[in-house]
Design a protein around this ligand. Structure first.
Ligand SMILES: O=c1ccn([C@@H]2O[C@H](COP(=O)(O)OP(=O)(O)O[C@H]3O[C@H](CO)[C@@H](O)[C@H](O)[C@H]3O)[C@@H](O)[C@H]2O)c(=O)[nH]1
Ligand SMILES: [Mn+2]
Length: 730
């Protein structure tokens, strides 16, 4: 299909994917059939009943996950937008206004200078500046963040005209100054660099001291604002609402006399007795504040570390909003999350290629991709009910079609805005349920996108070759798996709710879309098959029990096909979407690690929560880079450092696999017969191969990121208990 603004085409692999899916399904059914036969007719001892049942359960779960993955492969499409044609369709004065939301939550984990960089890169979009409003939500309630943005407001005056006049691509100052190829613009460049460095120095200095140097505060009004943060009892968990308009488009011009975007700082009221719903709560506050101030029809949500890497992105997104043929009920346009600073082989699988690229391409051919929290342009209207029936907010000023006529600094507007972000404002309203971003899951992004699509909204995946946004990735193992754990808990909350994708979702959106969403919702149950396959065959081998068919058995070929088929197709996807073999290998390893640790912990915590014992918070991922740690990350070393219970399952598994491998090899040398041994020995060897970086961290390295002795001791203990305990039972 082709229009002036965009085109799309089906991926050539579609036919192959569909045929392969049919063949693979037959193979799976045969295997399951054999498991059941074995269970009914050949399981005579308790051990064999237990092992066969475990394998049956594992394979059923793997089958389910395979089916959900396949739903992404049935109709993948690739799109292309032509932002250069936008003005042929739409006069410049008719370009819509946009409200950009940036969330930050902790000045020590999310350095304000980085948040400022993100904001500047977005303010500098190639777009009429007076139509852009940037709203920053500070859930950290910190004057350090406010101070950083006051500085940014000043710096923007020279940065925006500089980018515009020289047509700069890297509009994030930090990214611009850390590359060296800016030839033409040297003189001005130096001057701006000095201004940037001095701003950076002041902001970092303030963060380091934890307070703002008096000489940085230029006037009385600023003093007055910062005093708000010094009142007694003020903390990030308990403080009044603070809104500060740092730049008002209508009043201020940049150094070259052009209009500038609005820039508004918002820190919603917090109170220990009021649930604040983490990021979803912050975003709903911004929806309301921006509603009364500017009420732009287009809204962009952005994580604080995700800076813009391409000034055309907004126009690119608008291509879809203004193409009536693209999607009639378009609710949002999602760009993938991409990252800067990944190490060469991406040791923690931080690229998340499947999650952020391959799967969305697949969903794009259906009803559209899920929402991933950042880099997503929404129709404001999508937050107010189904495409055909609007859900009205409690006050007229918040309606998506309300026209704002007064300047944003009007006293009555400022007062109303403060009121709208009070702790108790949302009580007895529809916010978080029928209006705005959804509450009730730690992955508010996934859940919100899901519910929007259930309501009938469609979405589009936009994946230009130059990344639209670039963000930070966790560079230590514990950060990476803690993030996965938080996601997993959030996903379970959706998976086992009354809105579960397998039932509710499939009914609203159709079976295949339901399966796509179910793929994520039930991610964490992968822990069951992965844990069983990481321990059971190995422990059985150690005890001389053989639980798989012999090499000469036909069923052996079935296993070979199933294994190679799944791994092969996964690898093929990786290469197809432009990654490398090594990255794929690391990704499949981290898949195993996630199955062993974060998923199992998530499942456990989810259950504990449902017994009403505790609740989980949103543990913000650290975006601070420790130099030594960064160096090890760049060398692709796995970072352990300090003990975490989450390291134990993976380490225990690596020890058990090593033992099984050694004993298996000894048995092989003694008997020279591979027939019965082969499959279990193969699985153990595969485990060992995957555990190489773990052995390295345990025994060979002596840098600070090596595995702590405590983890080693605990893991060895568990390994002994497992192997010893099993031999006792057998
Ligand atoms: O109470 C909170 C907690 C977090 N945040 C912000 O949410 C964003 C994402 O937090 P981060 O720690 O970076 O989480 P990630 O796991 O890296 O983020 C992914 O997963 C989140 C859901 O768990 C989504 O919200 C994000 O958009 C998505 O990028 C950041 O800008 C935070 O400042 C808040 O504003 N308030
Ligand atoms: Mn993040």
């Amino acid at each position: 299909m082709e229009t002036l603004l965009d085109t799309y085409k089906h991926m050539p692999c579609t036919t192959f994917n569909r045929i392969f899916a049919v063949i693979y399904t037959c193979a799976i059914l045969t295997l399951i059939y054999h498991h059941i036969l074995t269970l009914l007719h050949h399981s005579t001892t308790t051990t064999s009943v237990v092992t066969t049942t475990s394998l049956l359960i594992s394979d059923l779960i793997l089958t389910f996950m395979w089916a959900t993955t396949t739903s992404f492969r049935l109709r993948p499409i690739l799109r292309k937008a032509y932002p250069e044609n936008l003005e042929k369709v739409l006069h410049k004065q008719d370009f819509p206004a946009i409200d950009i939301f940036i969330c930050t939550a902790d000045p020590y984990k999310e350095p304000p200078i980085n948040v400022v960089n993100t904001a500047l890169s977005l303010m500098a979009y190639d777009y009429p500046p007076e139509k852009i409003s940037v709203y920053v939500s500070d859930d950290g309630g910190s004057e350090l963040t406010l101070f950083a943005f006051m500085e940014a407001a000043k710096f923007a005056k020279i940065w925006l005209p500089f980018c515009r006049d020289n047509n700069i691509m890297d509009r994030c100052p930090e990214a611009y100054f850390s590359t060296n190829h800016h030839d033409k613009v040297e003189l001005e460049d130096d001057e701006i660099k000095v201004a940037y460095e001095s701003m950076k120095m002041r902001i970092e200095n303030a963060v380091e001291r934890g307070t703002i140097c008096p000489e940085y505060i230029s006037d009385e009004s600023q003093h007055h604002i910062f005093n708000k943060y010094k009142t007694s009892g003020f903390s990030r968990f308990s403080h009044p609402a603070i809104i500060q308009v740092l730049k008002e488009s209508a009043k201020e011009r940049d150094k070259k006399g052009q209009l500038m975007p609005n820039l508004v700082y918002v820190s919603r009221e917090k109170n220990k007795n009021c649930p604040h719903h983490f990021k979803a709560g912050a975003l709903n506050s911004l929806l309301r504040v921006s509603g009364v101030m500017t009420n732009a029809p287009i809204v962009l949500t952005q994580d604080c570390d995700m800076y813009s890497n391409d000034p055309q992105t907004l126009k690119r997104a608008l291509c879809y909003f203004f193409d009536p043929l693209a999607r009639p009920k378009l609710g949002y346009v999602q760009f993938p999350q991409r990252y800067h600073g990944l190490n060469k082989d991406d040791i923690y699988g931080g690229e998340l290629l499947r999650l952020f690229v391959a799967n969305p391409v697949g969903m794009d051919g259906l009803q559209g991709p899920s929402y991933v929290g950042s880099g997503c342009f929404f129709h404001r209207r999508a937050f107010f009910g189904e495409p055909t029936t609007i859900v009205l907010p409690e006050i007229q000023e918040l309606r998506p079609d309300h026209k704002v006529t007064k300047p944003i600094t009007t006293q009555s507007i400022i007062e109303l805005a403060h009121h709208l972000i009070g702790c108790n404002y949302e009580n007895d309203t529809k916010w978080g349920f029928q209006l705005g971003f959804q509450y009730g899951s730690l992955v508010e992004d996934y859940y919100t996108g899901y519910r929007l699509q259930c309501e009938g909204w469609e979405s589009i995946f936009c994946h230009p070759s130059r990344p639209a946004f670039l963000g930070d990735i966790p560079i230590s193992l514990v950060d990476s798996i803690s993030q996965t754990k938080r996601w997993a808990i959030g996903l379970l909350e959706v998976g086992f709710s009354k809105y579960s994708p397998v039932v509710f979702g499939a009914r609203c959106m159709g079976f295949v879309m339901g399966l796509c969403y179910a793929h994520y919702a039930f991610w964490p149950i992968l822990t069951i098959p992965i844990t069983i396959y990481s321990f059971l065959p190995q422990i059985a081998l150690l005890n001389g029990v053989y639980i798989f068919p012999k090499v000469t058995d036909l069923r052996f070929l079935l296993y070979v096909f199933l294994f190679l088929g799944a791994y092969g197709q996964d690898c093929y996807d990786f290469i197809l979407f432009g990654s490398t073999y090594k990255r794929w290998w690391n990704d499949q390893r981290i898949w195993l690690i996630r199955g062993l640790s974060p998923y199992s912990f998530a499942l456990l915590e989810y259950i504990i929560k449902h017994l009403g014992i505790t609740t989980q918070g949103f543990n913000v991922t650290s975006k601070v880079q420790d130099d030594e740690q960064s160096k090890r990350y760049d060398q692709c070393l796995m970072e352990f450092g300090t003990h975490s219970p989450m390291f134990v399952p993976m380490t225990t598994a690596s020890i058990v696999n090593l033992l099984a491998f050694i004993i298996g090899m000894i048995r092989l040398l003694q008997t020279w017969s591979l027939e019965k041994l082969f499959m279990q020995l193969f699985i153990a060897s595969f485990g060992v191969l995957n555990s190489l970086p773990i052995y390295d961290a345990m025994f060979l390295r002596n840098d600070k990121g090596r595995m702590p002795t405590k983890t080693i001791v605990i893991s060895i203990f568990f390994a002994c208990v497992l192997c010893g305990g099993a031999s006792f039972i057998v």
